[in-house]
Design a protein around this ligand. Structure first.
Ligand SMILES: Nc1ncnc2c1ncn2[C@@H]1O[C@H](COP(=O)(O)OP(=O)(O)OP(=O)(O)O)[C@@H](O)[C@H]1O
Ligand SMILES: [Mg+2]
Length: 457
């Protein structure tokens, strides 16, 4: 399996910027009122406040099984709002973003793909008391032995791990298999870890704060020296999604023989998760919840460009929202009256959603920006991309933003920066923008040209 957890967080680095990098949250004050310019957001106050209420409802778990639609013209910040919601919810609440068209693939049925994403958006917090050895590593020495099979290599027979807590130290002599998981977690002397006594799995908690001045690594999390004994009972909290549980249980278990390995290679994992497996996982989950071992955390399933879904997906969506464990579904659409995909009659429906779904939605509208707001958004992006821009050029871009689209104006920014640099300047002037207008067309002029040339380029 691909280990996503090992990929280090790259946020906060100014060198790489994506379309929404400047969005840092909804930018509301403690009363839930939108500040005019905050969290990377400018204007769009009503929609931001509505999203703030949604975040509160999600956090207080009053919202599961509900659906929200963000509706508004292209480039009015719907995708940005959804991202801001996920940032406000924090990392512990699952947020699963998809685009409507993603559901269509040759391998997986679209309703199965939808189901998978539904389950990615439902979290489970499992609390377990486990017997662990915990402490700061003061010694980590693998002990080698001659390879029993002969040959030149040496094998590791044991690994000695010294663990220190505020109360004392303990040296453990561990099985070589644990050494592997120690290496996987990239553990070194000075780290605080715990080892589960039953399974031998190793978890890195962080770097001991005694080493806090050593390097100034932003990715590092410093933790205090653990209190109490090295060997103890510890409450361990694990956050997983239902999809994680499906995957973990779908993998062929046990059996190291070739046959089962072949099976593992030949079967794509997606087809292994059957409805039967899911309902079994559900059963165990509800048992855990009843026993108070686990807590359900309904997260958010965000479906961008919802008009790409067809009638079959919508029917499925309607049904899934009724089930006892359902996430909050946030939809976004920039369409007005549109034919629902796959419906037999050509009757149009608002936002490309069938009427029975529209009925149960809470709709949040995003409004077009005025020139002043567009100006602030553009200058925020310019700062983020490390570009300086003159007043004239900013005005010019902002007028593009209101006559064409905000996105077009934002997209001209980077090429204009390159033009100004080529001309040996450090600031974007209006002549750079003019040159860009010639080089890159906006959608309207492009459409016009196509119409004039009757569809041929
Ligand atoms: N209120 C805002 N404040 C700051 N930046 C914004 C705001 N609204 C939109 N943006 C930025 O403008 C760009 C376009 O917005 P976004 O992609 O969210 O539009 P959208 O409504 O999802 O459009 P579409 O319907 O085409 O998907 C993004 O880079 C976004 O971060
Ligand atoms: Mg969008």
């Amino acid at each position: 399996m691909v280990q996503i957890s090992e990929v280090k967080d790259t946020q906060g680095k100014e060198s790489r910027t994506a379309a929404h990098t400047h969005i840092k949250g909804l930018g509301l004050d403690e009363h839930g009122v939108a500040k005019r310019v905050e969290g990377g957001f400018v204007g769009q106050a009503v929609a931001r406040e509505a999203c703030g209420i949604i975040v509160d409802l999600i956090k207080s778990k009053k919202m599961s099984g509900k659906a929200i639609l963000l509706a508004g013209a292209p480039g009015t910040g719907k995708t940005a709002l959804a991202l801001a919601i996920s940032q406000e919810l924090g990392p512990k609440v699952p947020f699963c973003p998809i685009v409507g068209s993603e559901l269509y693939s040759a391998e997986v049925k679209k309703t199965a793909a939808l189901m998978e994403n539904f389950r990615k958006a439902i979290g489970l917090r499992i609390k377990e008391t486990k017997e662990v050895y915990e402490g700061e590593i003061i010694e980590l020495t693998p002990e080698e032995a001659e390879n029993p099979l002969g040959g030149y290599g040496k094998t590791i027979s044991h690994v000695i791990v010294g663990l220190k807590t505020a109360k004392g130290t303990k040296n453990l002599r561990l099985d070589p298999s644990i050494y592997e998981s120690i290496q996987k977690e990239r553990v070194a002397v000075g780290d605080v870890i715990y080892i589960e006594a039953n399974t031998g799995s190793v978890k890195r908690v962080g770097r001991s704060d005694a080493y806090a001045t050593e390097f100034d690594l932003e990715a590092e999390e410093y933790v205090p020296l653990p209190k109490g004994e090295v060997h103890k009972k510890k409450e361990i909290i694990q956050d997983v999604t239902l999809h994680d549980l499906d995957v973990a249980n779908a993998r062929p278990q046990g059996g190291q023989d070739v046959l089962s390995m072949m099976g593992q290679l030949l079967k794509p994992r997606k087809t292994e998760i059957t409805d039967k497996l899911r309902s079994e996982v559900n059963k165990v989950v509800s048992k855990y919840i009843d026993q108070g071992v686990a807590e359900l955390i309904p997260g958010v399933l965000f479906i961008d460009e919802v008009n790409m879904l067809d009638i079959e997906c919508f029917t499925y969506l309607n049904r899934a929202l009724e089930s006892t464990i359902a996430p909050i579904v946030v939809l976004a659409s920039n369409r007005g009256m549109t034919v629902v995909r796959g419906s037999d009659d050509d009757k149009k429906s608002p936002h490309g959603c069938p009427p029975d779904l529209i009925d149960r939605l809470l709709i949040v509208r995003t409004l077009p920006y005025n020139q002043e707001e567009i100006k602030i958004i553009i200058s925020k992006r310019a700062t983020l991309e490390g570009l300086r821009i003159s007043h004239d050029a900013l005005d010019k871009l902002a007028s593009h933003g209101s006559t064409n689209s905000l996105r077009y104006a934002l997209q001209l920014l980077a090429p204009a920066g390159i033009l100004s640099k080529t001309a040996g300047r450090t600031e974007i002037l209006s002549e750079d923008i003019e040159e860009c207008e010639v080089l890159f067309l906006d959608s309207r002029s492009s459409t016009k040209i196509l119409e004039q040339q009757s569809g041929y380029l």
